[in-house]
Design a protein around this ligand. Structure first.
Ligand SMILES: *Cc1c(COP(=O)(O)O)cnc(C)c1O
Length: 429
């Protein structure tokens, strides 16, 4: 693997590191957008992953089955549509560290969050609250408020918000555990991210779960920025449920089919849920009886027959992850992000602050960067990078996120980003 002991800021080092990268060839499996005849440097895999080349044919195959087989496509073809969501299950389980019965590909993140809160947020007068972070992603915030109101409670009372306690806007582990300890007896559900979208901070999921369960709370995680990015061991972490989307690090295309985890201990739960026919026990689904009998495990939360054209890219993408091997990807990810951080320290210490925690165990591949100086400088830098063929993203109020994802990013791309920032900085003097 790539050695980070003998770093140097020259172009030669980056080229040599890329040449030595055992995963280097995976880049060829992706479409890299072009700008002025040159590959762009793509740091936005945290927002929309690039397209695996094999996706196009996989979607065309399903269109062909539809054209040729019509309704028979449910039972024939290489991958009959009837069972299609099952063809991604094992790979999905592997990438989140779950048992196959604990995961399902369905819907989208916010929808799954609602569906699982229906089951795992059961407020009572003594225990009405949801504990979330103050800077939660807006959709999560809207969803929990809506659930609180739906049950007849007031968010002013029943939402407990965790404020970042660190100067850089991150949360210390102690602050999270303290809040659970302090408010736990009133909390029905703790809902936190795996990786915080703005700061890139990875939370300690097992520790949070343990603390929350000790206080009698349910625990759910939003893994939008964690899945396909960091090591997840959801089964062992023991959380009650988790939800994610697949268009970010999982490279499954805009609006891709999301996913959900429900811990095995709830596989046969009698908790309330919003039911649909695809969640019904498979063996008797087509008996078309009036009584809902859920299929055990995460599959039991499905409502509808899945969108095959949208599941095909997820199947292909998970297959790419499997071939690369997640452990190897994570090694490369640590090296790339470590190198980018080191280069920023060497070349841009007076230009950028890195918001994301330094410890590799407390982050994934994303670095959140804040330009020193007024907010306008941040926007100006963001626009300069765009013009220079470097795609990062801007998050209000003042953060630039750069995620060198390991499947298709290179060390030379990280260096190109840093050199471009340095050029912008010197042009403003
Ligand atoms: C990206 C993201 C979402 C997006 O939700 P969708 O339902 O997929 O549109 C939700 N929550 C978080 C934390 C995210 O990062």
């Amino acid at each position: 693997m790539i050695e980070l002991n003998h770093l140097d800021a020259g172009a030669e080092w980056a080229l040599t590191a890329d040449a030595a990268d055992p995963l280097g060839s995976f880049r060829n499996e992706f479409h890299i957008p072009q700008q002025e005849g040159r590959d762009i440097a793509y740091f936005c895999g945290n927002s929309l992953g690039l397209q695996p080349r094999a996706v196009r044919q996989a979607v065309i195959d399903e269109l062909d089955y539809w054209a040729e087989l019509a309704v028979e496509g449910h039972f024939r073809g290489r991958l009959p549509w009837m069972d299609y969501h099952e063809f991604v299950r094992d790979d999905l389980a592997s990438i989140v560290g779950a048992k196959p019965i604990e995961v399902v590909a369905m819907n989208s993140l916010s929808v799954n969050l609602h569906l699982l809160m229906v089951s795992f947020y059961q407020p009572t007068a003594e225990r009405p609250a949801i504990l979330i972070e103050k800077s939660a992603f807006p959709s999560d915030r809207y969803a929990v408020e809506a659930q609180v109101r739906f049950h007849g409670y007031d968010p002013a009372d029943a939402l407990i918000e965790l404020e970042p306690d660190q100067a850089d806007g991150t949360l210390s582990d102690a602050a999270i555990l303290d809040a659970i300890g302090q408010h736990g007896s009133r909390v029905a559900l703790v809902l936190l991210p795996g990786v915080q979208y703005l700061t890139g901070q990875a939370l300690d999921l097992p520790a949070i779960t343990q603390a929350a369960h000790a206080r009698g709370c349910m625990v759910g995680f939003d893994l939008a920025h964690a899945v396909g990015n960091i090591d997840l061991n959801l089964h062992d972490a023991g959380c009650d449920f988790a939800v994610w989307c697949s268009y970010k690090y999982l490279n499954s295309g805009p609006g891709a089919v999301g996913g959900a985890f429900v811990h095995e201990r709830h596989a046969h739960t009698t908790r309330p849920r919003f039911a649909g026919w695809w969640g019904h026990e498979k063996a008797t689904r087509f008996a078309m009886g009036p009584e809902f009998k859920p299929t055990p495990g995460a599959d039991g939360w499905q409502l509808s027959n899945p969108p095959i054209l949208a599941l095909a890219p997820l199947r292909i993408s998970l297959e790419v992850f499997k071939r690369a091997g997640f452990a190897a990807l994570r090694d490369k990810s640590r090296a790339l992000t470590g190198y980018l951080e080191w280069l920023i320290g060497q070349r841009l210490a007076d230009v950028l602050d890195v918001v994301t925690p330094k410890e590799p165990s407390r982050r994934g591949c994303q670095l959140s960067l804040r330009v020193k100086g007024p907010r306008d400088s941040g926007r100006s830098l963001f626009e300069h990078l765009q013009g220079d063929g470097i795609v990062v993203d801007w998050r209000e109020p003042d953060v630039i996120r750069a995620a060198p994802t390991p499947l298709y990013s290179r060390f030379v791309d990280c260096r190109r980003l840093v050199e471009s920032v340095a050029q912008w900085h010197s042009s403003r003097k």
